[in-house]
Design a protein around this ligand. Structure first.
Ligand SMILES: Nc1nc2c(ncn2[C@@H]2O[C@H](COP(=O)(O)OP(=O)(O)OP(=O)(O)O)[C@@H](O)[C@H]2O)c(=O)[nH]1
Ligand SMILES: [Mg+2]
Length: 348
């Protein structure tokens, strides 16, 4: 019976999965959904993880280990690295929860693939999949590479940190891959950690994350990899308990700014406002969005008040989508150039 209930709930959740257009992204990976159970493990029985790290350090392999399954994420070959963001969501029996994992290419690969000036710009679009934010950011480092201050791994870590801000490290666990290769040189993980801490950048990195790290051997046999995965997810759980939440990205806007922006929108927007409300990202379903508009039209006499009422419901229901950037993008979609220009002054 319990099984059926969870299956039914999961089906509803599948129906509620936001469409591509709502998320404003194109999945290049694939999403598969299974049954949700044991909501005690993570709130809602879901755990969202973001993999980050340098080119070819083992991110996708870590993704497979966490999912307890081969080929969930494509592992790079010597000649071809990944240059696209892969997303996978599935119920993992071994963890009794549904895992959503985003596996992007390294910042350097993204730059060459997309040619964007901001190397991490593209990743921002994918953060919506992890809404309302990842429970943990698994920063992967290959333990088999040299650790020097000039090393690309240390440099890219700094870039990522600068991009996402200090809050990121509070939700970060360092995952050292290729532990099978280092085992013969270091009898214990601690001895390895002691050694790499002699490099200042590594010492600083481990201090940043409050000493949270795990060693992974992605070449082990599957029973072993499943055990490693369980240890990793247990670390994530500990982190969530300690940090008390998720890493919110984009960071919430200051409340007064949003109040002023809402005021501008509701007083200056005329016809076409319903399109604008419908294009705002984050609505759980089209039906829900239409119901909010209908309710506002019933309750409020003026268009200005109707817009304001919808915006308030939106900000309550979709707090992680409330950003000036999302509002400007929605105005762009609705061809509301004048209002876009009015609001540009807030995006200093
Ligand atoms: N020996 C060993 N090899 C590993 C381990 N983890 C990953 N590899 C190998 O390292 C190579 C790169 O692994 P990927 O998982 O594709 O690395 P990636 O970071 O996703 O690569 P990009 O997406 O191209 O940046 C592959 O040949 C893997 O088989 C590990 O723990 N031990
Ligand atoms: Mg990869």
């Amino acid at each position: 019976m319990l099984f059926l209930v969870s299956k039914f709930r999961s089906t509803l959740e599948i129906l509620q999965l936001k469409s591509e257009s709502q998320l404003g992204i194109k999945f290049r990976g694939f999403i598969s959904c299974f049954i949700v159970s044991d909501p005690e493990v993570f709130p809602g029985g879901r755990c969202r993880l973001l993999l980050l790290g340098s080119n070819y350090c083992g991110k996708s392999s870590v993704g497979n280990t966490i999912m307890c399954k081969p080929d969930v994420f494509p592992v790079a070959s010597v000649s071809s690295g990944s240059n696209r963001v892969n997303v996978n969501e599935k119920f993992v029996v071994d963890h009794s929860c549904r895992l959503t994992v985003v596996d992007p290419p390294s910042p350097n690969n993204m730059r060459s693939a997309y040619g964007v000036p901001d190397i991490l710009l593209d990743l921002n679009r994918f953060m919506g999949v992890l809404h309302p934010g990842p429970h943990a950011v698994l920063y992967c480092l290959s333990s088999a590479r040299r650790f020097t201050p000039e090393d690309a791994q240390a440099r890219e870590y700094q870039q990522v940190k600068e991009h996402f801000g200090e809050d990121l490290v509070k939700h970060m666990i360092i995952v050292f891959t290729h532990w099978d290769r280092m085992g013969e040189y270091f009898p214990t993980p601690e001895s390895f950690i002691n050694e790499i801490q002699r490099v200042d950048s590594m010492k600083a990195l481990l201090e940043d994350v409050d000493g949270r790290y795990v060693m992974l051997n992605n070449k082990a046999d599957w029973p072993d990899r499943i055990q490693q995965s369980k240890r990793l997810v247990a670390e994530v759980k500990k982190l969530v308990e300690k940090s008390g939440g998720v890493f919110r990205w984009p960071p919430p806007e200051p409340e007064d700014l949003i109040t002023r922006v809402f005021f501008e929108l509701s007083t200056k927007m005329g016809s076409g406002w319903r399109d604008f409300i419908s294009f705002l990202p984050g609505w759980s379903s089209r039906e829900r969005m239409l119901a909010v508009i209908d309710q506002a039209r019933e309750d409020e006499k003026t268009v200005s008040n109707q817009i304001n009422a919808c915006l308030i419901v939106w900000s309550k229901e979709c707090p992680n989508y409330v950003s000036l950037r999302n509002i400007l993008e929605t105005l762009e979609k609705c061809n509301m150039r004048n209002l876009q220009m009015v609001l540009q002054k807030y995006s200093v």
